[in-house]
Design a binder for this molecule. Structure first.
Ligand code: NAI
Length: 456
């Protein structure tokens, strides 16, 4: 009898499995592939490996501006692909080692809820039954399709296949300019492909601050990405050697189409029908204090959870919350107010807390302060002045949210994560000194403005 059986070895599931050692719980982790889930095998990690290649290529192209002559760079796609695969393999191996060291039983096969426990169908066709005091569902998500764009693994693909392209396509249409669409637009645009990015809503990375969308779009255009926002595409015409993507009386002809319009939960064949677990359009409903479903011993974490962000780090936090409840009965809810969201484009777009529009919608009397990178010494030195900092606070009250557009904004955002989480007043946060010269100084300047006493 296991204390916990976890179905799904992605960030939500493996974090739960790893964290359980703190309480001496006896854990099985059921996974049908390698451990790591979407994030490690075909999401965050491999995408960032490709983005690093794109960044190095872009730097090499700009090297002459810095007095460094390297000639015209060329890309060895296979080397970059091998590097990406090596990084993924190394991390999968490391994770396997860690699970083993923590004495987690990793059980290979497909898991389903059955009779209060879990049944695992193995590759060899056996069915193995695991008795469990508690089950954590962590089965993740898969790319969503749209009508007229059936995935065929070749011409019309999701990020899963695009990460494993063995050569760079010359012409690509990307449908959806959310996190995945924008990151791929950068990977492909920076390395010389003709990229057409289509977004139904009125900006790239919709949902983030409009200023951030504008700043990113400007930088993307410089890298040759053709951006069309507020545009609906018609059904694709897929030919043997190309795809035609029609839109508003016009069309583009490309080699590949990447569809990145969101991800759907994977919950249809895991035995939920044998339980009282409540499901809304495929997403599992939980008590956010505990991650418990309507069943007293079945928890859910990660991308399948209804109403929470589909982010690896949200999954980690949810796995920890579920294990804490299982082991101690204590309630340790995830603080969703202050989860950073990072789009790893060039420049990166990172945010935490509420946007200006969200804060107004929530009824706050809002104050907004921003600061561009053009006057920031370090940004000028690095040749990266296209970014900005925007801080949203309540009038005479705490910081509610912030956005940073900058190289490494994904790192910089964490100081503002604390400000939001700790409900810091702008004047309190502005009292601390940022090192000079750094890009972080733009945050310090914005905080000073928000505190009513700007410097530069
Ligand atoms: P998303 O929800 O971030 O973006 C999808 C975009 O597609 C939206 O902007 C939407 O308006 C647009 N769209 C939908 N239907 C469309 C249509 N027919 N034509 C044109 N545009 C259309 O989803 P995405 O990028 O697929 O990512 C999936 C999930 O993975 C998200 O929850 C995302 O947050 C997460 N993710 C996070 C990353 C990060 O944190 N850096 C990186 C990659 C994914």
């Amino acid at each position: 009898m296991y204390d916990v059986v976890i179905i799904g070895g992605g960030p939500g599931g493996y974090a739960a499995a790893l964290y359980a050692h703190n309480f001496g719980l006896n854990v099985a982790l059921v996974e049908k592939e390698r451990v790591g889930g979407t994030c490690l095998l075909r999401g965050c990690i491999p995408a960032k490996a490709w983005l690093k290649t794109a960044e190095v290529f872009a730097h090499a192209k700009k090297a002459a501006d810095f007095g460094v002559q390297v000639g015209e760079p060329s890309l060895d796609w296979q080397v970059a692909l091998d590097r990406k695969n090596g990084i993924v393999d190394g991390l999968v191996k490391g994770l396997g080692g860690l699970l083993k060291a923590r004495k987690v039983d990793v059980i290979s096969g497909y898991g389903r809820l059955a009779g209060g426990g879990v049944e695992v169908s193995t590759d060899s066709g056996e069915v193995r039954r695991l008795e469990a005091r508690n089950v954590i569902l962590a089965t993740g998500s898969r790319p969503r399709a749209i009508p007229g764009y059936d995935f065929d693994g070749n011409r019309v693909v999701s990020s899963r296949e695009a990460l494993d392209w063995t050569e760079r396509p010359n012409r690509v249409a990307i449908i959806g300019a959310g996190a995945i669409g924008s990151e791929f637009a950068l990977i492909l645009g920076s390395t010389g492909a003709e990229v057409h990015l289509f977004e139904m809503l009125d900006q790239v990375v919709p949902g983030s601050e409009p200023e951030a969308g504008k700043a990113l779009a400007r930088e993307m255009k410089k890298k040759g990405v053709n951006i069309r926002t507020g545009v609906a595409v018609g059904p694709a015409e897929v030919h043997e050697d190309r795809v035609v993507v029609p839109f508003e009386g016009d069309y583009v002809e490309v080699d590949k189409v990447l569809v990145a319009v969101g991800r759907a939960p994977v919950t249809e064949d895991i035995g939920l029908e044998t339980t009282n677990v409540s499901v809304d359009r495929g997403f599992v409903e939980v008590d956010p204090n505990t991650m418990l479903t309507a069943e007293p011993n079945i928890y859910a974490v990660g991308d399948i959870v209804a109403g929470t962000p589909q982010l690896a780090h949200a999954g980690f936090a949810e796995g920890i919350a579920a294990i804490t409840h299982i082991a101690t009965g204590e309630i340790a809810p995830v603080d969703y107010r202050a989860i950073p969201l990072v789009v790893y484009t060039d420049p990166e777009v990172a945010s935490v807390g509420l946007t200006e529009a969200e804060a107004r919608e929530a009824g706050y009397d809002v104050e907004v302060h921003d600061h561009g990178m053009r006057g920031v010494g370090r940004a000028i030195i690095q040749g990266e002045v296209g970014g900005l900092v925007k801080i949203v606070s309540e009038k005479d009250g705490p910081i509610l949210g912030a956005t940073v557009v900058a190289p490494a904004a994904g790192e910089l955002i964490h100081e503002l994560m604390y400000a939001v989480a700790w409900e810091a007043l702008p004047a309190e946060a502005a009292a601390y000194i940022h090192a000079h010269p750094t890009i972080s100084e733009a945050i310090g300047e914005t905080l000073l403005s928000a505190a009513g006493r700007s410097l530069h």
